[in-house]
Design a protein around this ligand. Structure first.
Ligand code: DQA
Length: 148
């Protein structure tokens, strides 16, 4: 049994209404409910947190230090900008998977840089809400086996 933290960055609270042609029609509540059930079925607990504020995400990562075994992270636009969020993850040394709904590799140039990809266990991108489910499956494998 492990404690998982699902962290979502800016504008993901608008999921379902925000550019549905890019990000799909499921809401963040749908994603969190789905992931919670998937985690429970695997014998894990999952807590979810979304913020538009960089400092709140950093504080939540700091708080996770002693209680969370694995983070599922969609940093959203902070993917491409946030050294501070990267440093927070390095500081707490909690393994994480980077998640994107869209296939960022096929999008604008400014989305080609990730401040997280090289320190993540891995990245799942391009599968819509299934990116989150695949990331949870990968996290479970990391937690229960030596390699994913
Ligand atoms: C995103 C991709 C980011 O480039 C973008 O800023 C987002 C969402 C995704 O899930 O596809 O807000 O992280």
């Amino acid at each position: 049994m492990a404690n998982l933290l699902l962290l979502n960055g800016p504008n993901l609270g608008l999921l379902g209404r925000r550019e549905p042609e890019v990000y799909g029609t499921a809401t963040l509540a749908d994603v969190e409910t789905r992931l919670g059930k998937q985690a429970a079925a695997l014998g894990h607990t999952l807590e979810a947190f979304q913020s538009n504020a960089e400092h709140e995400l950093i504080e939540r990562i700091h708080t996770a230090r002693d209680s969370v075994d694995f983070i599922l992270l969609n940093p959203a636009a902070f993917t491409h900008t946030s050294v501070a969020l990267r440093d927070a993850l390095l500081a707490v040394e909690i393994p994480f998977v980077e998640i994107h709904l869209s296939n960022v590799a096929s999008r604008e140039d400014f989305r080609q840089r990730s401040f997280f990809a090289d320190i993540a266990v891995g990245t799942v991108a391009g599968f819509g809400v299934a990116s989150y489910e695949l990331a949870l499956t990968a996290a479970d494998r990391c937690l229960t086996r030596a390699t994913p």
